[in-house]
Design a protein around this ligand. Structure first.
Ligand code: AFP
Length: 328
């Protein structure tokens, strides 16, 4: 059975995609394939462990954080299809000046969940594409500070037992699986959908004592199970890599919470808006789910900073609505 390649999928989009956007997405997919190979060789080539540096988040960088970031920069710097890039691993935007009329901006978390790398657990690359007016100064942050509703493409690669690419360009969510022999991403699921109901939630329970009251109530009811107000038992999963938890929800449903808590309140939350929450929120909404901070729709947030953090509640629509209603 011959499957549709990602390359052909880009060319057959329901609404024809501009060539520069096709090139941006194709190069990103090819780079994710190469990052996957670099990770697979990690222990063999001494690429595991700490890089000995910190990112703007003040977090220790893994060698593969820096390597995957540099791979994405190098892959996109020359083609002329981009006006600029921004990354979790770089304090400032990376302007691309090869073509004056380039208008796409690529934002990414090059290696999400990198604390899973050394234990061979799933990690991934998250990306978001915005558009700016040609000639805007992409050495500045301003062109990047657009709400999630302005995204023209969003997706992630997940490096697990299989390497998969999950993407939306506004017409639903499609999943591609890497064929290691051909190096091509092949369409394996078209139109991923999140069931409205679920019995599975994802949260880091060790933060329970730091949560605000609405989250204490919402999760408390899940834990009460059949005997409680929810009238059914729930299961819990926490992979500690957003790409893996979101991928599970897109694949079989569920709800994910990284809420504001007393530990992260001063920073506004744990997860970053521009290159984690926004791309994942669009994917989840395109799959029929919802994504809020507990107070507002994530995609509507007007960003104030490139590395701004937000609380995240996303997944099954009825669960996100219930948890959000408790915040009202
Ligand atoms: P790292 O990239 O530092 O591993 O953080 C991953 C992450 O940003 C996100 O992918 C996870 O959902 C979340 O942090 C896990 O946070 P905890 O380690 O506090 O559970």
């Amino acid at each position: 059975m011959s499957r549709l390649t990602f390359t052909r999928w880009l060319q057959q989009s329901p609404v024809p995609l501009p060539q520069d956007l096709i090139q941006t997405l194709q190069i990103t997919a090819d780079c994710c394939r190469d990052i996957s190979a670099a990770i697979a060789r990690g222990a063999l080539t001494g690429m595991l462990g700490q890089a000995g540096s910190e990112n703007i988040q003040g977090e220790d960088q893994k060698k593969l954080d820096v390597i995957s970031n540099d791979m994405l920069l190098a892959a996109h710097a020359q083609g002329g299809h981009l006006a600029g890039m921004a990354s979790e691993e770089m304090d400032d935007p990376f302007p691309v000046t090869t073509h004056a009329n380039s208008r796409y901006l690529l934002l990414f978390d090059p290696l999400d969940g990198s604390s899973n790398i050394d234990i061979n657990a799933p990690v991934g690359t998250i990306f978001s594409v915005l558009e700016t007016t040609p000639g805007s100064n992409t050495a500045e942050v301003t062109p990047f500070l657009q709400p999630g509703t302005a995204q023209v493409a969003a997706g992630y690669a997940i490096y697990g037992p299989a390497t998969q690419l999950i993407i939306t360009v506004g017409h639903g969510v499609d999943a591609f699986t890497l064929d290691p022999d051909s190096g091509e991403f092949l369409l394996t699921t078209s139109g991923m959908k999140i069931p409205e109901e679920t019995q599975e939630f994802a949260i880091n329970m060790s933060n329970q004592r730091h949560w605000e009251a609405p989250v204490q109530r919402y999760v408390g009811e899940l834990l009460e199970g059949k005997a409680g107000v929810r009238g059914k038992d729930f299961n819990m999963r926490w992979v500690a890599a957003m790409v893996a938890d979101v991928h599970r929800i897109l694949t079989r449903g569920g709800v994910f919470l990284y809420p504001l808590d007393s530990k992260t309140a001063s920073k506004g939350g744990k997860l970053r808006l521009m290159y984690e929450a926004n791309p994942m929120a669009w994917l989840v909404e395109q799959a029929g789910g919802s994504a809020t901070t507990g107070l507002v729709r994530i995609l509507d947030i007007a960003p104030t900073g490139l590395h701004q953090r937000v609380p995240v509640i996303l997944g099954a629509r009825t669960e996100v609505e219930r948890a959000t209603s408790y915040h009202a």
